[in-house]
Structure formats: structure tokens, C-alpha cells
Design a protein around this ligand. Structure first.
Ligand SMILES: [Zn+2]
Length: 260
């Protein structure tokens, strides 16, 4: 198999990152995207991006500020520091992750929307797709996308249901499925994963979180992606090999390698 993990986070431990990348390559993950979201995650993603050897996956880079970076309601209007994104724009395959999470931090909803919108604008200027996190914020996510007339990117680790997936597909987004699809309670995610058209489907680990069955309880890493792909192939009544082919082709199309 020749897999593309479209969403992996790393730590700033260089040795650990190098070992994780090597294991990924051995497991057939020949390409992946290292994704930021906070100053520390952005540094770690850049470290992974720079750790390219012969026996490691080709690494794409995404940098951004996620919902946890949005300042709380009532705070003075912050000026967010987008300089890591701007300074590294030539290396970037995407801006991300960005987006909304009203599950854990509903009190910062307004600030999250402002930060999300500002980065959609930035991505448009840089001509890059975005990586969007959205949880318990279906209407707000569609609202911000529509206000900014934005149509280019990935809804990562999709945990919604088909009624939310449909308008996202209509707006041109790719749906990325993580190991959650293997979780017993996630029937809505399985339904959404079966619903996505072939040319809109991606796979990811979202490591180090959310290890798929049968690796639950372990720290997730890109080398676990084949478990999710095999499970998803069964759901879609296809083979793991053809699912690998099509999801990798989709990812390569959206996230071409940067030219040095
Ligand atoms: Zn993530």
C-alpha cells in the first residue's frame, strides 16, 4: 500500500519524530502532512518537515492557529501573529489547522469565528487550501465559510453526520476520515464515510490522538493508518489497495509537494 496520512501532529522531540517517520514509511505511509495549530505544534510540524530522509515519507507542511488560540469573549481585540504562516508560505501545502470547536470552548465562539475568518482570508491571499477542524459548530462553520465564499480544503477528522457532510461537499470540500470510524459508537461517522464520493475522500491519523481499533489506548502515529484504511475499505465495499490508490491520488491533487 502507498498511503497518504493527511493529518499528523508531532512533538518538538527530533529523535522521536525521526523514528515515527521511519516507522510510517515502513508501514506504507509514503506521504503525510505535518499539521500545526499552535506556536508549539507549528514548530513541531516544521521540524517534521525538515526531517526528510530516504526512508521517511515525503512531508507536506500546514501551519495555522487553531480554536484554542482564540482569546476569550470580552477580551480586547487581539492581533494574532500570522508571521510563521507568512514567513514559510513557500513551504506550505495548506493553512491549518484552523476552525471551530464549541464543544470545549463555547465561551470563545465569537473570537474563534474571527480567527477562523482571518485565516481563510490569509489562505486566499496565499492561494492555499485550508485544514478545518469543526466540532459542535456545524452552522457557524458553514456561516463563516459562506461569508468568506471559501471552497478549498479539508474537513479533517470528520465527526459529523451526513446532513452536515452534504453542504460541505456542495461547497467543494474534501472529507478526511480518521480512526474514529473504527470506534464502536461512531455509526454516524461510518455512514458519513460511506457517503463521501470517491473523489472527495481522504484518510488521516490525527496522531498522536485517536488511535484506531485495534491500537486503542496506544499513542497514535502515522504507521497505524493501514488499520483505518482496511476498516474503511470494508465499509465502502472495496479493497484496501484501491482505497489507498484513490485517497492518495486525491491528497496529491490537493496537496502537491512544495518546490524548493
Ligand atoms: Zn489535528
Amino acid at each position: 500500500m502507498n498511503l497518504f496520512d493527511t493529518h499528523a501532529h508531532f512533538s518538538c522531540d527530533a529523535e522521536k519524530t525521526a523514528a515515527t517517520l521511519a516507522r510510517a514509511y515502513e508501514a506504507g505511509v509514503t506521504q503525510l502532512m505535518a499539521v500545526g495549530g499552535s506556536p508549539e505544534l507549528n514548530r513541531a510540524a516544521m521540524l517534521a518537515y525538515e526531517t526528510v530522509r530516504d526512508s521517511t515519507p515525503n512531508v507536506r507542511l500546514a501551519l495555522g492557529l487553531d480554536r484554542d488560540q482564540a482569546s476569550p469573549a470580552g477580551g480586547s481585540c487581539p492581533r494574532y501573529d500570522f508571521s510563521p504562516i507568512i514567513d514559510n508560505r513557500k513551504s506550505l501545502a495548506a493553512v491549518g489547522e484552523i476552525g471551530l470547536d464549541f464543544h470545549y470552548a463555547p465561551e470563545t465562539a465569537k473570537a474563534q469565528c474571527d480567527l477562523f475568518a482571518a485565516q481563510l482570508e490569509l489562505a486566499r491571499e496565499l492561494n492555499l487550501p485550508v485544514v478545518i477542524h469543526t466540532r459542535d459548530a456545524d452552522d457557524a462553520t458553514l456561516g463563516v465559510l459562506d461569508e468568506n465564499d471559501f471552497h478549498n480544503g479539508i474537513i479533517h477528522c470528520f465527526t459529523g453526520s451526513v446532513p452536515f457532510e452534504r453542504p460541505l461537499l456542495d461547497r467543494g470540500f474534501m472529507i478526511s476520515i480518521s480512526g474514529i470510524v473504527t470506534f464502536r459508537a461512531a455509526e454516524n461517522v461510518r455512514e458519513a464515510a460511506r457517503y463521501a464520493p470517491d473523489d472527495r475522500l481522504l484518510v488521516e491519523t490525527d496522531s498522536p490522538f485517536l488511535a484506531p481499533v485495534p491500537m486503542r489506548g496506544k499513542e497514535n502515529e502515522p504507521s497505524f493508518l493501514p488499520h483505518t484504511v482496511r476498516f474503511l475499505a470494508e465499509q465502502r465495499k472495496t479493497t484496501a489497495e484501491s482505497l489507498a490508490l484513490l485517497t492518495t491520488a486525491n491528497a496529491e491533487k490537493l496537496l502537491p509537494p512544495s518546490t524548493p
